[in-house]
Design a protein around this ligand. Structure first.
Ligand code: SAH
Ligand code: SF4
Length: 425
C-alpha cells in the first residue's frame, strides 16, 4: 500500500475500490501440535526439515534426493513406501512429519472432461479461524497437452470488475508448498505419478499434466517469492519435471515485479490486457491506475528472455459493447507492434451478479479476424468446464460464498436454519 494517498484520492473522486497488496499473511508451516507435511517443500526447506530431525549435514544431499524422488516422482503417501530409506530414518520422518496433501473437499467433472477441485489447506491459525482456507484448481485436458490452472492466493485483493475471484473477501498468500500441492493433488487424482499409468506395452505413458498456468485465484506477482520457488519445484527435472516453457504466469500488470519473474522464474509471461485505452482499462483492471498501459508494455518489451520463440501472451476478455469493436481490435495490434506476442481472446465467463455480457460470436469472429490479418495467431479460448463454473475468472470458493451468505442471514436475523435450508447459493 505504498501509494495510499494516491489511491484514497482516486477512490473519492471515482468511487472505485482501493488497490491493495495482498496482506502479508502466508500459511504458517504448522500450528502447535500439528505435524508438518513435507509435500510441496522446496529442496532448501526439505533439507532444513531433515536437519531438524538430526540428519547429519553431510548426509543431507543424499537424503534430500531420496525423499524428493519419493514425493515428487512416485507420489508417495506414506513414509513406509520409501524402500531405499533406512528403517530408523523412516520412523523418525513419520514421527515428525506427514505426507499429507490439502484435503479435497469436492471434485467436479465437466461434460468436456475439465475437472475442478476445491481444496482445503491446513489451518493456519487466526487468519482463517483455524478452519483452513479453501482454493480452487482446474485441470483442462487438450489434444496435445493437459493444463493445470493453479491458484497463487486465497481470493485476490485486486478488484477487476469482470472477475469473480476479486469479490472474495478472505485473502491470503499461498505458501510455496500450497502452490506445489495443487499439482500433487492433480497427479494423485489423475493417476499421473510415475508407474501409475502403464501403457499397453508395459512402458510409461506420457504425463497428463504437461502445462501449468497461474490463472486460478489470486495475483501471482503479489506473492512472487512463493511463485518463484513453486516454479522451481514444479520444473525440477528430478521431480515433477515440467518444462519452464510450459509454465505460464498471468498478471494483471504488477509492473515492478515483471522483470524479476523473468530473471528468477524464467517462466512464460501472460498479461491480462483487456483494454487498449487507459480510461477503459482503469475501470476493468483498477491496477491500471497505478501502472498504466504504456508502462506495462515497456516492461513487456524488456521481459528477460522474450523472443519470437518465447512470446508474451496478451489476454483479452471479450465484453459485449465494452471493448470488442473493430476499432479496439485495430488499436490492439497497433499497441503490440514490436513485442513478440500472442493474443488470446477469452470469451467472458459470466457469473451470478456480474454486470457484463460476453460478446456475440460473430463479433468475436470479426475481432479475431482483424487480429489474425495483422499477423497474430489469435486463438479464441474455448470456454471449458462452464457447467461446473471452472472457467477463467469464475473461481471463488463455494464455502466462502456460503459463509458470506450465512453472515448476511445472521445480520438479517435469519439465523443458521435459514442458511442451511436455503439450498444452493
Ligand atoms: N490475477 C491474474 C491471474 C488470474 S486471472 C491475472 O489477472 O492475470 C486469469 C485470467 O482470467 C486473467 O486474464 C483474467 O483477466 C481472466 N478473467 C477473470 N475473470 C474472467 C471472466 N469472468 N471471464 C473471462 N476471463 C476472466
Ligand atoms: Fe485478481 Fe486476476 Fe481476478 Fe483481477 S482478474 S481480480 S487480478 S484474479
Amino acid at each position: 500500500m505504498a501509494t495510499a494517498s494516491f489511491d484514497t484520492a482516486r477512490r473519492e473522486t471515482r468511487a472505485v475500490p482501493p488497490i491493495e497488496k495482498a496482506p502479508e499473511v502466508t500459511a504458517l508451516s504448522r500450528l502447535p501440535g500439528r505435524k508438518r507435511s513435507l509435500v510441496g517443500l522446496s529442496r532448501a526447506d526439505l533439507k532444513q526439515a531433515l536437519l531438524e530431525i538430526g540428519v547429519a549435514e553431510r548426509e543431507t544431499r543424499m537424503r534430500v534426493s531420496q525423499v524428493w524422488h519419493w514425493i515428487y516422482v512416485r507420489g508417495a503417501r506414506d513414509f513406509a513406501e520409501m524402500t531405499n530409506v533406512g528403517k530408523g530414518l523412516k520412523a523418525q520422518l513419520a514421527d515428525a512429519f506427514t505426507l499429507d496433501r490439502p484435503e479435497v473437499v469436492s471434485e467436479q467433472v465437466s461434460r468436456d472432461g475439465t475437472r475442478k477441485w476445491l481444496l482445503r489447506m491446513a489451518p493456519t491459525g487466526a487468519h482463517d479461524h483455524n478452519r483452513g482456507a479453501e482454493i480452487e484448481c482446474v485441470y483442462i485436458p487438450g489434444d496435445d497437452r493437459g493444463t493445470l490452472c493453479v491458484s497463487s492466493q486465497v481470493g485476490c485483493t485486486l478488484t477487476c470488475s469482470f472477475c469473480h475471484t476479486g469479490t472474495q473477501r478472505l485473502v491470503r498468500n499461498l505458501s510455496t508448498a500450497e502452490i506445489v500441492s495443487q499439482l500433487v493433488v492433480a497427479r494423485d487424482a489423475l493417476g499421473d505419478f510415475a508407474g501409475q499409468m502403464p501403457s499397453k506395452d508395459g512402458g510409461e505413458v506420457g504425463r497428463l499434466v504437461t502445462n501449468i498456468v497461474f490463472m486460478g485465484m489470486g495475483e501471482p506477482l503479489y506473492n512472487l517469492d512463493a511463485v518463484i520457488d513453486a516454479v522451481a519445484v514444479m520444473s525440477d527435472q528430478e521431480g515433477l519435471a515440467l518444462s519452464r516453457r510450459r509454465i505460464t504466469v498471468s498478471t494483471s500488470g504488477v509492473v515492478p515485479q515483471i522483470e524479476r519473474l523473468g530473471l528468477e522464474a524464467n517462466a512464460m509471461l501472460a498479461i491480462s490486457l483487456h483494454a487498449v485505452r487507459d480510461d477503459l482499462r482503469d475501470e476493468l483492471v483498477p491496477l491500471n491506475r497505478k501502472y498504466p498501459i504504456a508502462q506495462l508494455l515497456e516492461a513487456c518489451r524488456n521481459y528477460p528472455g522474450v523472443s519470437n520463440a518465447r512470446r508474451i501472451t496478451f489476454e483479452y476478455v471479450m465484453l459485449k459493447g465494452v471493448n470488442d469493436s473493430d476499432a479496439d481490435a485495430r488499436a490492439l495490434v497497433r499497441l503490440l507492434k514490436g513485442i513478440p506476442a500472442k493474443i488470446n481472446l477469452i470469451p467472458f465467463n459470466p457469473w451470478p451478479g456480474s454486470k457484463y455480457e460476453c460478446s456475440d460470436w460473430e463479433r468475436i469472429d470479426h475481432f479475431s479476424e482483424i487480429v489474425f490479418n495483422a499477423g497474430y495467431a489469435s486463438p479464441v479460448r474455448t470456454p471449458r468446464g462452464r457447467d461446473i463454473l471452472a472457467a477463467c475468472g469464475q473461481l471463488k470458493s463455494e464455502t466462502e460464498k456460503l459463509r458470506a451468505r450465512a453472515r448476511m442471514m445472521l445480520e438479517e436475523g435469519l439465523g443458521a436454519e435459514g442458511f442451511y435450508a436455503g439450498g444452493e447459493d
